[in-house]
Design a protein around this ligand. Structure first.
Ligand code: SF4
Length: 117
């Protein structure tokens, strides 16, 4: 989501209006992704000393920092699609084996194992 479009406290019309961070979805991002500064953001919002635009940029930056390693790994795998396909094929093979064994147990337990397929 583009940070500038995120909904905030609707009561905050002007930058200096005191905010209500506990009802603001952006503050929830701070609570989840930027815990070390959450008290400071809460106080700044409540006092009207931080603008929503700046607040959103801080939250967006924290989320981007969190996602950076995942994006890097994704890019690495994107360069090795053949290897990814092999991993998926092998995982599917193993999952089928386990599922087949589980279904045999289920049929046995239900007394509906008519054939050894
Ligand atoms: S300053 Fe931050 S927490 Fe407060 S209303 Fe704006 S976006 Fe929400």
């Amino acid at each position: 989501m583009e940070p500038t479009k995120a909904k905030t406290d609707p009561a905050r019309i002007h930058r200096s209006d005191p905010g209500h961070p506990d009802i603001c979805p952006v503050f929830a991002y701070h609570q989840l992704f930027r815990k070390e500064n959450v008290d400071e953001i809460h106080a700044s919002c409540s006092q009207g000393s931080i603008g929503c635009k700046d607040c959103k940029q801080i939250a967006g930056s924290a989320i981007n920092d969190l996602l950076t390693p995942f994006r890097e790994r994704r890019n690495q795998y994107e360069q090795r699609l053949d290897e990814v396909k092999e991993i998926l094929v092998e995982g599917t093979r193993q999952a089928r084996k386990v599922a087949r064994e589980t279904m045999l147990e289920v049929r046995e337990a239900m007394g509906i194992r008519y054939f050894d397929l």
